[in-house]
Design a protein around this ligand. Structure first.
Ligand code: ATP
Ligand code: MG
Length: 160
């Protein structure tokens, strides 16, 4: 499928939803649908969905401590670069670089393993976290789909 992105145009979507664990599935489905226009491989799709799941779960469990609130997800696609933003207005993170270390968790008692940020970093090209105590957290993630755009153009112009 050749989208407007193939012509170098910027495409954007924004979604706001309740911070309940059921909506992790909603976020996964929406981001997958948004990416369909890039004809992603199963691996690319899985990577992005996993990264989004981790960020949304964090907002539900840590940001809002399972008391609910609103999560905003946005995705921008420009020149083969995908940027995803997951934002909450929850408790915030005291020390972001510490929180992003593998195995660091403030909830060691449950099923948390402290690997969420590590997965986001492994599955996306770049992850950046902005947070302010008492105001919330914004996770920015980038991934390149340049290869997909190139192969679509080759297909389109018969240069395979
Ligand atoms: N949106 C958020 N709001 C507040 N704190 C957060 C948020 N996201 C992450 N954190 C903090 O960063 C820590 C590390 O997050 P990470 O996702 O890496 O691990 P985890 O959620 O504790 O465990 P896992 O993701 O493996 O289940 C969390 O334990 C929490 O203290
Ligand atoms: Mg996590």
């Amino acid at each position: 499928m050749i989208g407007r992105e193939d012509k170098g145009m910027k495409e954007e979507m924004k979604l706001e939803f309740d911070a309940i664990s059921e909506n992790e599935g909603l976020a996964r489905v929406v981001i997958a649908a948004f990416l369909t226009r890039l004809d992603p491989t199963l691996e690319q799709l899985q990577d992005v969905k996993t990264a989004v799941s981790e960020a949304v779960t964090n907002a539900v469990i840590h940001g809002y401590e399972e008391k609910g609130g609103k999560i905003r997800m946005s995705a921008v696609l420009e020149k083969g670069q995908l940027e995803i933003t997951i934002e909450d207005d929850g408790i915030g993170i005291e020390d972001v670089s510490k929180a992003m270390q593998p195995l660091f968790t403030t909830k060691p008692e449950g099923e948390r393993s402290g690997m969420g940020f590590s997965f986001m970093e492994a599955f996306m090209d770049k992850v950046m976290v902005e947070s302010s105590l008492g105001n919330g957290t914004t996770v920015h993630m980038w991934k390149s789909f340049q290869e997909n755009i190139l192969s679509q153009s080759k297909f389109l112009y018969g240069q395979v």
